[in-house]
Design a protein around this ligand. Sequence first.
Ligand code: 6PG
Length: 256
Amino acid sequence: MTVGGELHIYADRAALALAAARRWETIARDAIAARGRCRVALAGGSTPRALYALLASADWRARIDWRATHLWFGDERCVPPDHPDSNYRMARESLLDAIDIAPAQVHRIEAERAPEAAAQAYSDVLQTQFAPPAGTAPRFDLLLLGLGPDGHIASLFPESPLLDEQRRWVGACEVARLDAWRISLTFPVLNAARHVLLLVAGEDKADIVEAVLGTDADNRTRPAYPVERLRPQGQLEWLLDEAAAARLGLRSGVAR
Ligand code: 6PG
């Protein structure tokens, strides 16, 4: 069950963040030229923080046309927006407070609400903003994702009932291992994206990277990990640092 996509390996987190920023800049330029705007779904967790901080820096913040950008969230923890675990708070502190983007163009998941109500409300905003053709899912120009050590992406965890969701665009789920509720985009939306950047860094990801991209994966016919259900209509690119790619026996560069 080999997950497709291009594999890019970078010496360290800083090089990975720079590469991701350059890809964002190119994808955004093309999206804005073609459709007048760029719609980005941000990843949560810790890995993207270096990317967001780079984009917020004086050298970079003017390189993205934030007036034509709409920022969304791939998932959210069910906490208030100022909670230390909030993905919105992480994005606000590392990026949003430093860039000139209209608040109406930042679409936060209202995860302080009851989980199912928050999921429905986010889906309603997706419908209003994207108005996709009937039977199709909202297509992000750029979807950023991280990868958990258990192979989860967004908040689509192993054994989650959301893994098989093919109709709803946003779901709420309790994650027993975290004793927490999460809101997440579902695979119909993730797989509709034009460009997906999977940002994976750190030696704690080496095992899951090997499990998903190593030779053993070729012998699997069914997805063993949530990330193996990722089949975007558009381009999928893995951006790894050498620590995360350590078990693949590959060095920096385009490995595939
Ligand atoms: C979240 C993310 C989640 C994250 C992975 C990797 O809300 O935590 O959406 O999917 O991307 O757990 O997290 P790190 O980047 O912190 O390793």
